[in-house]
Design a protein around this ligand. Sequence first.
Ligand code: XMP
Length: 317
Amino acid sequence: DWTPAHFVTETVEELKKQIGKQKVIMALSGGVDSTVAAMLIHRAIGKNLHGIFVDNGVLRKDEFEKVLEVYKELGLNVKGIDARKLFYKKLAGKTDPEKKRKAIGKTFIDVFQEAAKEDKDATMLGQGTIYPDVIESVSVHGPSVTIKSHHNVGGLPKKMHLKLVEPLRYLFKDEVRRVGRELGIPDDLLNRHPFPGPGLAIRILGEVTEEKVKLLQAADDIYVKALKKYNLYATVWQAGAILLPVRSVGVMGDERTYEFTVALRAVTSVDGMTADWAHLPYDFLAHVSNEIINSVRGINRVVYDISSKPPATIEWE
Ligand code: XMP
């Protein structure tokens, strides 16, 4: 019978054999998959795993610091790299969603390769690839049209000549979570909503600037915290705020405002392939709207997205 405890014991043994005395480098994202994979590798080889966590400037509010703290508590050897400025520079002037994705993907590889220079003796690359990624990356290369150039699988360059270590390659998401629990990873991290690799960059429609990131981070943080407080977080598959490139007139005190609009998105889904908009309670939406408008200067209007996938997609870009 498959149990998380068995899986951990067996996988750690296999990893010890596969890796031996070699060094493994790995990019961590703060997500479930890369964290669980890193913990397994860490159990097998300890400090010979060198993790790299990049702040790409489009993470959620305080995410970089919080996640690094969790890694530290878990005993993982992870180096945090603040590359925000470089990412903003590469994103400047780009408005096309696919160009934004490509800029982020390429910049990430550059930053990772640069950081990996310090680990010249590393011969292996750890990855949190799970079974659905394996299937999806096969179909991505098939004849079908690419709607959004998603995944991070195989994103790191072959020219680094590193052998892959992928301990989760045959697991589904729910199994990954169970293994994570077995390994003592906090529930808060394990039960996170999916978050796209290009992060808030594809939730800021049009050009990404540091100022817009700050606005969206503030609004998104209010929304996500409220979902947790009202026990709605676990009832949706994914939620987040989107900053629209639209300004509209509002009034605050005696003053006329002319500021941005935020759209709130929340969907229910089983796999992200299809999704329904979540029927969040009106009083909850009213509370979030008030809090955003009253506390985030620069946003004076909040709307709720009531589109399902298909024909809409979960993200707006
Ligand atoms: P869509 O917008 O296609 O999103 O309905 C489906 C799921 O995929 C996520 N997503 C991405 N994930 N890189 C990622 O790693 C991307 O470029 C990307 N685009 C969308 C999205 O958040 C949702 O969970």
